[in-house]
Write a protein that binds this ligand. Sequence first.
Ligand SMILES: O=c1ccn([C@@H]2O[C@H](COP(=O)(O)OP(=O)(O)O[C@H]3OC[C@H](O)[C@H](O)[C@H]3O)[C@@H](O)[C@H]2O)c(=O)[nH]1
Ligand SMILES: [Mn+2]
Length: 365
Amino acid sequence: MVEPATDTIAATRLVPLLKDELDIVIPTIRNLDFLEMWRPFFEPYHLIIVQDGDPSKVIKVPEGFDYELYNRNDINRILGPKASCISFKDSACRCFGYMVSKKKYIFTIDDDCFVAKDPSGKAINALEQHIKNILSPSTPFFFNTLYDPYRDGADFVRGYPFSLREGAPTAVSHGLWLNIPDYDAPTQLVKPLERNTRYVDAVLTIPKGTLFPMCGMNLCFDRDLIGPAMYFGLMGDGQPIGRYDDMWAGWCTKVICDHLGLGVKTGLPYIYHSKASNPFVNLKKEYKGIFWQEEIIPFFQAATLSKDCTSVQKCYIELSKQVKEKLGKVDPYFDKLADAMVTWIEAWDELNPSGASAKDSNGKA
Ligand SMILES: O=c1ccn([C@@H]2O[C@H](COP(=O)(O)OP(=O)(O)O[C@H]3OC[C@H](O)[C@H](O)[C@H]3O)[C@@H](O)[C@H]2O)c(=O)[nH]1
Ligand SMILES: [Mn+2]
């Protein structure tokens, strides 16, 4: 039986890496008591809390954390009409936190995710592992069968081309979950008692040309390398679909990473996901996505970006045009989504003017 760790204090002896270069983004509709368990690992970092739902509700944040909190009124005030691209009543709202951050790295986590234990019983500092993943290269162009060659105790295996051993810059580190796995509603319904107790000690680069289902529960990325692609789409209130926020961002991100020669890793670290959301509610949210994705995936698998697409923004705008042209016929929703993708980039560039003066170590322009 996997339980959440309790001895996190003992586990933190390392100086917090990237303390002034990383923001932790948390979407929430609840009080943030879960932070108590993460305190030894998270307290040195700045939090960006995106409060969803009723803005008049007061969200309690435990003492001692350095944070900024944005509710819907703040989003509307800051973005004006462009706020229409930020979802309401869905965890997709978290991408507003990516946009307002001034740091190079983002780690995002759900408020029902706790510190997990590794097989030795040691508390897992998920943030530390993500930082190791994101600071070491990826190997998208040729698969290393001994997994991550940059980890202590591993290397490139025989036959791995030396010309490829420098690897590629890592843009995304995708972590996993013990206890409640991120299953879709149909799977949740047929396997209500299934718990993930399997701890696989591996970090893999997802090969170039291969898509993957990105989960936003335990995710870290380099904002400078791929931030503008991390739009979590139009979900929740007033939208025909939900729980495809992170998936959409992951498909756009992977196509753009492949085009720009950037890497995406998955595997360690694990968090302990404590709460299964209601599978019937989830089925309603996912319903259209379950058959739309049979059109969406071939679209992304076939998507190509021209050589003029030399920045994430240019790639993203190019992708939005293809969404409108090729997915618009699946459902008018994709027309709306394509427009929202453009609005997102406009808002991103407004809040993050390109060529902005070098950011100081606190990420302030
Ligand atoms: O309307 C809402 C509902 C929730 N949140 C916050 O989002 C986080 C995830 O919520 P929860 O743990 O209740 O849902 P899950 O089904 O476990 O979430 C997974 O599947 C849906 C998404 O893809 C999500 O990224 C996955 O983690 C949590 O922090 C809630 O407080 C919200 O902001 N608005
Ligand atoms: Mn959850």
